[in-house]
Structure formats: C-alpha cells, structure tokens
Design a protein around this ligand. Sequence first.
Ligand SMILES: [Zn+2]
Length: 483
Amino acid sequence: MTAMTATLIRGGWVLTAATPRPAASGAGTADGAATPAVVRHGAVLIADGVVQAVGTFAELSAAHPEARVHGGPNDIVTPGFVNTHGHFSEGLITGIASQYTLWEWISALINPVSPHLDREMAYTGTLLAGMQMLQSGITTANDMFVTDPGIREPITPGVVEALDELNLRGVVSFGAGDMGSTRGIDAEFDEHEALREAAAASRLSTFRVGIGAVGGQSDAMFERSIELAVNGVGGGGHGTDAGPAGFGVHIHLQEIREEVTATMQRKGLTAIGYSEKAGLFEAPTLAAHCVWLDRADRDILARNRVGVAHNPVSNMILASGVAPVAELRQLGVDVGIGVDGPASNDSQDMMQAVKSAALLARVHHQQATAMSAEEAFELATIGGARALRMQDTIGSLEPGKAADLIVFDGDAPALANVHDPFQAIVFAAGARDIASVWVDGRPSVMAGEVVTVDARDTVERSRPLARRLVRAAGLGHLSELAR
Ligand SMILES: [Zn+2]
C-alpha cells in the first residue's frame, strides 16, 4: 500500500504509550490486534505521515524489505511529546523578570510588552521557542498567544506560518480579553478570526478559542467566546473528538490563590464554577494550571471532561503552588504536561518539564511513589493527547495515528545501560540524548539538530526584534537589552 515512501523506525525499545486492552491476544501488528505498551527489539513502520504498523524489527523488516531503516538496535523510540500549554508570544522575552509572582509578573512584563508585538516578532519568537520544543521531543504544541489586538495587522497568523515551517503540530489560540483594553470586543474577535483562517489553511495547526482568564473578560465577551467555542463559525473546527461544530477552548483556570479570591468576590463563584454555569465546558476545554482547587472544582472538571495542563516548572518559578495531579487523576480527569511560556519556565524543554512533574509530586507528597517515571511519560504523551481530546490522532504509536515520534540515541552515555526504559527516559536522559524527531512522518530534528529551519539565521534575526520590543515596552529596569 505504501511501498514507495515507507520508513522503518527501529529501536531496542519501542515505548508506544498504547493503553493495553484487557482482552488483547495479538502482538501488535497492523492486523487490528492491540499494540503492546513496550516492544523489545521493535520498530514502527511509517508511511504517508501515518503509523502503519508496530511490531518487532525482525518481522516488520522481513515484511517490508523496501522500507528505509532509521534508528539502531540500542535506540529508544517513543511517541512525540504533547506540550499542553505554552505562549509563543513570549519567544523574545525569555530569562527576564523571574523575581515576580504571577500577577506582579503580568503587570511588570506581559502587559508592557503586549501592545508592541508585531507579526514578525510572533513569527520569529515562535521559531525560537519551537526549535527548542522540537529538540526536546515535542511534536504537538498547544499554544495561547497573548497580545493586544487591533493596533496593527493581525499578529497571530505569524505563529501558524512558523509552525508549518518548523514542521511542528500546533493547536493555536489567541488569549483574548477585553478588560482594560480600549479597542473593544470586535478587535479581539477579528484576531481570533485571522488566526482561525490561518490555521484552516495550514498543514499542521488547528484553532481553538483562547480565553486569557475568566477575570480578563467582560460578561458580554465571555458569552460571545463561549458561543464561538461551542458552535463555531466558518467551519474547520475538527481538531478534537467532539465533532465538527465547535472549536474548543484553551483557558487559564485557578493558577493562583488571588484569582480564586478575586473571582469569588466578583462572581460569587470560583472561576471553574462560573465557567461551568456560563456553559463554557460544553466546548472541549483545556484548562492550564488548576492549582488552587476545592473539592467542588475538582468534581466540575471531572464531570465536564475538562483537560488539565500541569506546568510544574512555571508553577515553581512563579511560586504559584502545586497542582493536585494525583487527586485529579483519581477522579478521571485527563492531565497532560506543559512547558508553559518562554518567560515563565523559561526553557522550552519538555524533558525538564516531565522530570519536574515527577519530582514535584514526590517532594510535595514526600513519597517516592507519588509519581512513577512511567506515569510521567504517560502524562507527556497519551495523557496530553486526551487532555486535548486528540487521542484518536496523536499521543501513542498505534496503527492509524499520526507518525509523530522521537528516537533517543541508545548509544549516548546516559542511555548506555537501560535497566528500565521509563526511568532511563524520564530521569536519566535529557534533550541532548534525542537523536531525531518526526512530525507527520517527516523529520524535524536529525542528529540532534533542527533540519527544517536555519537556527543560526533565526537567532540573528531575532536579536534586533527583541531589543526593539523591550525598548518600546520601557523595560530598561529589567533587561540589559533595553538599556
Ligand atoms: Zn499560561
């Protein structure tokens, strides 16, 4: 069926992130049998951007002698990581203002910068952050671009352009909010529409309705956002398992205690309670953070199938708190891992975020069993896909799913002796041990280097843009570049 373009990606271990099916009797070939979670001396056959088969290297290479072989007998092959939360709008402001907690950080850094972003900055910042993501194994990036719309041409299509160029799958949104804006609601929805059109025309991006936070939108705007997310306009909202109508939502919910207090005072409900009452969760919703939750909030997330993005590194940098990941998972909530933005992590390194998720759980509960390496790996792959309701297309290596995968270099010092492949990946390996990354069946990283865009040229082009941005924002007290 696919002899012309088939590639066999081989490893001593293939970790598929497939969920074992109880009655499974087959051994994970393309004949419809269940794919096992771990295949020793395995391989993944990809063609036409799709996983065709998963099995042993011996059987697949015998059945497909025409296929090109990539990877070696010691390598570890995994699904690409699903980054469930980030902000490409921060691509040029990284390593700055980490002395603040969230609301101080927003007013000291994000608010001054937002009006001065332009499309070229969006494009270049996305390339910078996206290259780091790819080199750390991310193959899908769920993003919320934060800017002030209506000042100049729509900015966010620059994100989609960069993602297609990088060969990085995107779930793109604009973090809209009219509170404190002088440009009105229509400017916000014009930016949504420009981004939706760009995503609809793109190869790899799908659109979601971004809502910065409940407190950032007037009641009128929140209602209109829900209408767009639930019912959609203009078609193209096929990014989730919820059917063709709406687009889905990407929102921040209850990241810090102050947000809970402020929303209680304004609405008489938590942001989560208010969102449910307003009907937001009728759309597939990905909520970032969910750190400060009471029992009722957790139940609301569970019964509405709201996906949660856990961002351990940025939660620690901004001192926001510890999300109740174990409690949420016990209730059946789908949790994924996010790196969060370049200004609040600040690295765009998924390997750090995955390890941090396990470490934060362990130090918080003071239990070495609080989160296993295998659980952290699951959150970073199929867990994130479920949180985005994209588990039918990404998140595991199973026939029919997108050929998004990582090859770890099994001959690297950190992976010389694999006693347990999950512990090897989550605790011992780093982004330096990633040899290749494939998105939609095409390599974006080879021999550890991004091959789709020119890294050096992008870095050079970013420098005058970053300088112009922090100077226009008046950040001389925070940035050496603005002085
Ligand atoms: Zn965020």
